[in-house]
Design a protein around this ligand. Sequence first.
Ligand code: PHE
Length: 433
Amino acid sequence: MEKDRQQWSSHISFIIATVGSAVGLGNIWRFPYIMGENGGAIFLLTYLLLIGFLCVIPLCCELLIGKIHRTDTVSAFEKINPKFKWFGWLCILTVLLIPCFYFVVGGWIINYIWIFLSNNIPDNFTNYFSSFSSQTWVPCILTLFFLFLTAIFPYKGVNKGIEKANNIMMPMFVIMLFIMALYAISLPGAKEGLTFMFKPDFSQFDKQMILTALGQALFTLSIGMGAVLTYGSYMREDTNIVKSAYTLIICDTLIAITAGVMIFPIVFSFGVTPSAGATLAFISLPEMFAQLPFPTFFGFIFFVLLFFAAITSGISMLETAIASFINQFKMTREKATIITSSIIAIISIPATLSFSILGDFKLLGKTFFDFLDYATSNILLPFNTLLICLIAGWCIKSLWKDNFGETFFGYAFNILLKFIAPIVLIFVLISGI
Ligand code: PHE
């Protein structure tokens, strides 16, 4: 099955697909509210430094491992050393658990697209959201529907499915995001919103904020679960790793900042606190859209762009698991897609129901939905990233020398990879737990 392994048809398709994987709910929904809770511009500055100097290291490692071994996550770690095969499976476990809560939000997005499209805008979104998410059937069906829509693309293959989906959806996403951002800066609260975003308040600088910024950076770059590795394994021979890594980082960050430029002016125009948290996208923002001119149009565009962001990320989650199932169990892509989707379907139902009948079922004091988010973002992602750095730094002979040579970048990469990144990640892990 490895013989007919597919490749991106061009370098630009590879970049678009990796940006599609990285840009997701993490950028549009999570980044602005986390920035709101952590002092705006000072958070942005810390985040930029972390993502540019530290997170780029594991990102390059995943791309390199993918490019060198040209295979799925489990087989790649097995090839490095058969002792590490279990770690490949841990990455697959992580990438199977993330969609189990991520796709629940995907289901909500579909519902919101529908209410704006059909012009059935509720009077009070707080009541609406809590009564909608606490239903039993509708959210479950929508979660499964979102899963189904996502699975179509990896089912069709790398070129005919994944590449095509990204090449169509990502440009549309960017256009919609710019329309929304331009609209937002024409609102009366624009100046206040932009000042909040770009003027640092140094008093907010503390350890917790740094850790939050790092966790967000790992999540948004899809590092630590083999997704980048898998997309990297379809890379063309002549692709430059460092350039690709920085292109990805720059695109992902610009999109997250543009999402902030879209959201903060709206928030300040209505005097809502920017730290309204996870409910910002599903309660505060739609409520504001409803009061602005052309509510149906802008509400619809906002949720469609959120949908594109979520589905292109979802595709990469599924593909990571599917690629490993194909190779490890010698099955067809179609069968692997069905099995992967079935596993996610089974686990995502209780996650959907944690807003209704399973609301009292708690793990570590959290609902099942929150537990999945916490276990993956705070524990599995930093832990896996730590292991990727340790394996790439200490168990692959002269990874840095072979790929970057004895240059300044090569030496810096080596020191960051072997010592600095692992130490920082251990701190993140300890404080996350
Ligand atoms: N990076 C995506 C986001 O920001 C999330 C993601 C996680 C995507 C894991 C792929 C794999 O939303």
